[in-house]
Design a protein around this ligand. Structure first.
Ligand code: WQD
Length: 335
């Protein structure tokens, strides 16, 4: 049985991917420093799959700790989620983001090279495209100068991996996520934003739950169908399954080059007002929101061309926006 290390495996996307890995019969070991999640997620994964993953509280910025982990474990592949991911915070604390997101990546790649670990899946983001010139966005759309240190760490991360794959015998896949939302149908794991949510869906559900007074819609003067910005909201379980598809591609050596990257989205764009309308429908509530000015750094529209991921990874999204919003609302009501 292949043993897969999932860094950040107690996080939002990481925990959903651990569940799917276990469902597929992989042996999972998690490293997480618990800086943006809680240890309860480990038990919740256990409750869903009946298998408790090995867990180690390790900070990947501490090289010696990373090294001693690999001294004591034989790992067949790595799915690397562990990173800071708040766009706004990264503007305030760029060095924290470069130290954590880049430093950890370098230490992991060094271990892989020293120990002939051959398969690496990297959590990247559609943010590397900035505001793409053409929609839907294909993988050969040019990457644009990052709008934030967070986005820059994803671009630099992809470059580091590409060059490392060339220089050493690594095989890697970067998955460029669009906007992950929703949660597992068991409502045992989900998004746990600490503090004021930055992302749209947790802010909507917290507003509906009365935790937030009202949702501020950042701008309705964009050149879109209803003036509000458009994004590609993908159910996190569909996103998790894309990681399994990518890992299998590497394990069965179907990858055509040693560094591949795929857009992982639904292929459908939804405006903020459309998301609000869908949420009101599935939750049967009236959402309290107001239109305010645009948020610094936001782009007008982004949604994926999923042709390559569909054909090459043999992967499709199966869940709708309504299903994701329904799950998110049930998760919020459970908090
Ligand atoms: C979505 C839309 C906002 C909050 C970011 C990162 C991306 C990924 C996902 C990490 C936008 C609008 C939001 C609110 C609003 N992060 N909005 N009021 O900015 O598309 O992507 O998060 O991996 O890398 O860039 O996601 O959820 O913040 O915003 O009107 O209170 O909702 O303007 O149009 P975003 P988001």
């Amino acid at each position: 049985m292949k043993k897969i290390l999932v860094t950040g495996g107690l996080g939002f996307i990481g925990s959903h991917t651990v569940v799917e890995l276990q469902n597929e019969g992989f042996d999972v070991v998690i490293i997480d420093n618990l800086s943006n999640t809680t240890i309860d997620v480990l038990e919740n994964i256990h409750a869903i799959t009946g298998k408790k993953p090995e867990f180690y509280k390790i900070d990947l910025r501490i090289k010696n700790d990373v090294n001693s982990f690999f001294e004591n474990h034989t790992i067949d592949g790595i799915i690397h989620f562990a990173a800071y991911k708040a766009v706004g915070e990264s503007v305030q604390k760029p060095l924290d983001y470069y130290e954590n997101n880049i430093g950890s990546l370098v230490y992991l790649l060094q271990e892989m090279n020293n120990r002939n670990i051959d398969h690496f899946i990297f959590s990247s983001s559609c943010t590397v495209y900035g505001q793409a010139d053409n929609l839907p966005i294909t993988e050969n759309a040019p990457t644009k100068p990052a709008e934030s240190p967070y986005g820059n760490t994803k671009q630099i991360g992809e470059e580091i991996i590409k060059e490392s794959c060339k220089a050493y015998r690594l095989n890697a896949v970067a998955l460029r996520y669009f906007n992950p939302i929703g949660n597992h149908e068991s409502i045992k794991i989900g998004e746990l934003p600490l503090g004021t949510p930055q992302n749209l869906i947790p802010f909507i559900t917290q507003t509906a739950a009365g935790i937030r007074k009202e949702l501020a819609v950042f701008g309705d003067d964009y050149p879109t169908k209803d003036g509000t910005a458009v994004r590609d909201y993908i159910h996190v379980v569909d996103l998790a399954k894309a990681h399994i598809a990518a890992l299998k591609r590497l394990i069965t050596k179907q990858n055509k080059t040693n560094f591949e990257f795929f857009n992982v989205g639904t292929g459908k764009g939804s405006s903020v007002l459309e998301v609000i309308k869908s949420f009101e429908k599935v939750s049967n509530t009236k959402l309290n929101y107001k239109i305010v000015g645009r948020r610094e750094g936001d782009i007008t529209a982004a949604y994926a061309d999923t042709t390559i991921a569909n054909n090459v990874l043999n992967w499709q999204t199966t869940k709708s926006l309504d299903e994701a919003l329904d799950a998110a609302w049930k998760w919020q009501q459970k908090q």
